[in-house]
Design a protein around this ligand. Structure first.
Ligand SMILES: NC(=O)c1ccc[n+]([C@@H]2O[C@H](COP(=O)([O-])OP(=O)(O)OC[C@H]3O[C@@H](n4cnc5c(N)ncnc54)[C@H](OP(=O)(O)O)[C@@H]3O)[C@@H](O)[C@H]2O)c1
Length: 295
């Protein structure tokens, strides 16, 4: 895929800043990485396949003229790979100014990860939870720093089923996806509370409905139909990336934390996201499932 040229400006906003965008080989992640590279950031992207990630990094370098774009390979549904990625990133970037948690997916059928976990919950929620936790000291040491997580408008209809977080009793692709996207919001809100006073902010966003390869591996009927019917009216990846690029870089949102953004503005999220006891409970459960010491 050729990226639209977006050459680095003369006095770029993100010069001297290091950014990691998960899932930068296509879709929103690639467009976000391109936008941030065009602002002069040193950018790391990730993907499951080294050759595909390297080709995407080369495409972003060519489109922006920014040579400081690197590729990392890791399947984020595997916690061992998340840990390896975090160590590699920490070894590559002495400072990390922005982490964009973008990777996510949706599957019609229940799939199990290498760790024996349901894939939607593992990839969409536990992976950013673990990666952020492992890179937190580096982000705090680089403050002011930002953590931006891509959720979805479907969070509004999500419910955290503490009795069956991984759809063992009953699985629905849509329900698992909605739960994971609400978990992104609850994680961000709880993270923002825990990061108070550190100079590291945490925000979460809905990018809009964007024409990408989302859900292509095992399509949920609802999404496949949406793309067939609404494809021509969906946002381009570059349009969808406007929100993550803004939250990752804009001076206007410096210091803004613990907020959910949609259509470029802070919005009220699912009422369940404001339940601090549930957010703490989700944090505890996630720490247990990700093999982190409970806080
Ligand atoms: N598209 C929309 O309309 C929309 C709307 C709301 C929210 N979102 C959210 O936006 C985010 C990005 O979605 P997208 O639409 O850009 O999807 P996409 O086109 O499917 O891109 C997904 C990216 O994640 C990577 N990826 C997938 N599985 C991975 C894994 N197991 N480990 C590591 N990387 C993996 C892919 O890289 P490789 O294939 O190279 O590994 C690719 O770079 C998701 O969190 C999604 O929930 C999307």
């Amino acid at each position: 895929m050729a990226d639209a040229p977006l050459m680095v400006a003369d006095a770029p906003l993100m010069a001297g800043k290091s950014v990691l965008v998960t899932g930068g080989t296509g879709g929103l992640g690639r467009a976000t990485a391109t936008g941030l590279a065009a602002l002069g950031a040193r950018v790391g992207i990730t993907g499951r396949d080294q050759a595909r990630a390297a080709a995407a990094a080369a495409g972003i370098r060519a489109a922006t003229g920014n040579t400081a774009v690197a590729a990392f390979a890791a399947d984020l549904s595997s916690q061992a790979e998340v840990r390896r990625l975090a160590a590699q990133v920490a070894g590559t970037y002495p400072r990390l100014d922005v982490l964009v948690n973008n990777v996510g997916g949706c599957w019609a059928h229940r799939h199990i990860t290498a760790d024996g976990l349901e894939r939607t919950f593992a990839l969409n929620h536990l992976a950013p939870f673990l990666l952020t936790s492992l890179l937190l000291d580096r982000l705090i040491a680089s403050a002011p720093a930002r953590i931006v997580t891509i959720s979805s408008g479907v969070q509004a209809r999500g419910r955290i089923d503490f009795a069956d977080l991984q759809g063992e009793q009953e699985y629905s692709g849509q329900r698992a996806y909605r739960q994971s996207k609400l978990a992104n919001v609850m994680f961000t809100y709880e993270l923002a509370r825990r990061l108070e006073g550190t100079g590291v902010t945490a925000t979460v966003l809905h990018p809009g409905v964007v024409r990408t390869s989302f859900g292509a591996e095992d399509p949920v009927a609802h999404f496949a139909l949406l793309v067939r019917v609404a494809g021509p009216f969906m946002k381009t990846p570059a349009q969808g990336a406007a929100a993550p690029v803004y939250l990752a870089s804009a001076p206007q949102v410096e210091g803004v934390t613990g907020r959910y953004f949609a259509k470029g503005k802070p919005k009220t999220a699912n009422r369940a996201a404001y339940d601090t006891a549930a957010a703490a409970r989700l944090w505890q459960a996630s720490a247990g499932l990700a093999g982190l010491a409970a806080p």
